[in-house]
Design a protein around this ligand. Structure first.
Ligand code: SF4
Length: 378
């Protein structure tokens, strides 16, 4: 439905990014990376939820060392998240990570970036140039070292809305220029295993930044609305931001940043992609919101079905509807559906009425039908 902007293809471990590869869903661990056991446990939970790439913070050398053991115990590609110290990137490469994220806002010494690129080249691992509004270099400080503080240098005073032709230098210019500074270094070294992100909290600004960048480079883009908020607020903000970009054909991989369980990030990521028919994973639940017409507590059943269906991996559309108004239509359109009436519900399968069940059997009857579809597909 949406014409995807064609980007170069790269591989992070065995996950292919860009080109015509599926838009991948990633997350970041929230454990202390040095706590190897907890970090592996969290990554396993994320793997079960369908996470396709995982990133771990690397605040010090102990964390960089922990990556070796973490890598051995997980099955999805591991990305080291590097800020400030390029030696942490070198150590992470040594310890077997599948990719790096470098922040050009806080690693601004081009010689140090070159050292990292050289090491990344020897292992053929990609680098994400990860620009973030919260850690942009000071104005006039792109690619310049020194510890002058960005707040003193006016980044926060720059206009957020932008047109490239505007005379005034704005924050989108600054974000894009920061990314392009590092792109130039990498290209200069014939390194093309590049992915870029230009994340911010402000949705229109972030959309502008990605759109502008996408017009300038063919590298795959990692999308994110950063520090988006708690699960409800953050999912909505991310859905609006990422959804806008994805509908424009921009984006090769996504992360929903939530102040909550990272499993929710992965679930939200897939819901965004599924809403645009860009991925087709697991059960898609069509549930009516209920209203004064509903004959049963349909919200309760929708939540029960949502929970029970998490174990199914096959892409199936399930409808849980409260009455005869939209119920039969939606239930028939889904692979499996229930249209509830007074004390009973009609179960539909692929548009055909299968049976009528009493309210006490709504859930078991739906699960039975799901299992049949699941078995048939094996
Ligand atoms: S399907 Fe029926 S119960 Fe559900 S919202 Fe529509 S009218 Fe209300």
């Amino acid at each position: 439905m949406f014409e995807r902007r064609l980007t170069n293809q790269i591989a992070i471990g065995d996950t292919v990014i860009g080109g015509d590869a599926p838009i991948s869903v990633q997350s970041m661990t929230k454990t202390d990376t040095r706590d190897i056991k907890s970090t592996i446990r969290q990554i396993k939970e994320l793997e079960d939820a369908g996470c396709e790439i995982i990133r771990c913070a690397v605040p010090d050398l102990e964390a960089a060392d922990a990556l070796a053991e973490i890598k051995k115990n997980i099955s999805i590609p591991l990305v080291a998240d590097i800020h400030f110290h390029h030696n942490l990137a070198l150590k992470s490469i040594e310890n077997g990570v599948d990719a790096l994220r470098l922040n050009p806002g806080n690693i601004r010494d081009s010689d140090k970036v070159r050292e990292v690129v050289k090491a990344a080249k020897t292992r053929s691992i990609p680098i994400r140039i990860g620009v973030n509004f919260g850690s942009l270099p000071p104005i006039g400080g792109i690619g310049k070292t020194g510890d002058f503080h960005r707040l003193a240098d006016g980044v926060n005073k720059l206009a957020k809305d932008s047109k490239e032709t505007d005379a005034e230098y704005n924050v989108v210019d600054h974000m894009v220029n920061t990314a392009l500074w590092e792109v130039a270094i990498l290209e200069d070294m014939d390194f093309d295993q590049i992915k870029i992100s230009v994340k911010g909290f402000d949705v229109p600004m972030t959309v502008d930044a990605y759109t502008r960048l996408s017009d300038k480079v063919d590298y795959p883009l990692h999308l994110g609305i950063t520090e988006a908020g708690t699960p409800l607020n953050g999912s909505i903000r991310s859905a609006v931001g990422l959804g806008t970009l994805l509908a424009m054909g921009i984006g090769d991989t996504i992360r929903v940043s939530l102040a909550g369980d990272p499993v929710l990030e992965v679930e939200a990521g897939y819901e965004i992609l599924k809403s645009l028919n860009l991925r087709n994973k697991g059960v898609t639940l069509v549930a009516c919101p209920s209203c004064g017409r509903a004959d049963v507590d349909i919200v309760k059943y929708a939540n029960m079905v949502d929970e029970a269906l998490k174990k199914f991996d096959k892409p199936i559309k399930v409808a849980v509807m409260g009455c005869e108004v939209n119920g039969p239509g939606e239930a028939k359109d889904a692979d499996i559906g229930i249209a509830a009436g007074v004390g009973r519900g009609i179960i539909f399968r692929k548009g055909q009425k299968v049976k009528v069940v009493p309210e006490s059997e709504f859930l078991p009857a739906l699960i039975e039908e799901m299992e049949k579809i699941d078995l048939e597909s094996k």
